[in-house]
Write a protein that binds this ligand. Sequence first.
Ligand SMILES: [Zn+2]
Length: 236
Amino acid sequence: MAFWKNVPFVFALIGLWSCASVERENERQTYHKSGVATKDFSQSSGEFAQVVSRVEPVAESLCRSSGHPLNCDFEIVVDARDPENMNAFQTLRKNGRPLIVFTQALIDATQNDDELAFVLGHEMAHHLHGHIHRQYQSSRAGAILLGGIIAITGASADIVQSAQRVGAGIGARTYSKEFELEADRLGALIAIHSGYNPVKGAAFFARLPDPGDQFLGSHPPNAARVEMVRRVSLGY
Ligand SMILES: [Zn+2]
């Protein structure tokens, strides 16, 4: 079981966009290693605090009416430690409380409240859909499957362990594009019910590097995400 201690970052965080680059993966490990310590974060303020005050009650009420045994007490914080690190992600506190972290660089990169509201809705939607738990299950299943196949060949413990690692990575990515689109869809709805325009909000993607349609990539192409948001908005 020691293996699992080494790879929790694979499923511990669900973010807004590509974790394809090694640099981004390292950033996520840094977050994990730092144990999302409260001292690293500050409370939202200014324009972002206003967006939080409108979006959070909508997501919380959806969460409470979901019928799932979810902790709906969202904690939303800002990480201003690294001016270069543009990111937003959802994770869970040890007690199961959903934690959403926005870096200050991401807040600074948004151009209006609609963009902030859409990104926040997207991260909250990951929690409402239980994506961390579902990604964990997929990751674990991938590790067991590939580790098991390699073990049958009589390979050494080291080789079996690296096969488990590869399997966990594949498993974690198996549903990740689907999860992102689910979070975009529900995130758009949350933004609409909070009084924001998610189509304007999703314009944020136009300024992000497009991951394209990579096989086993973690995120769908930006165009597919914008299209999802546009379709949701047509109903309103
Ligand atoms: Zn996401």
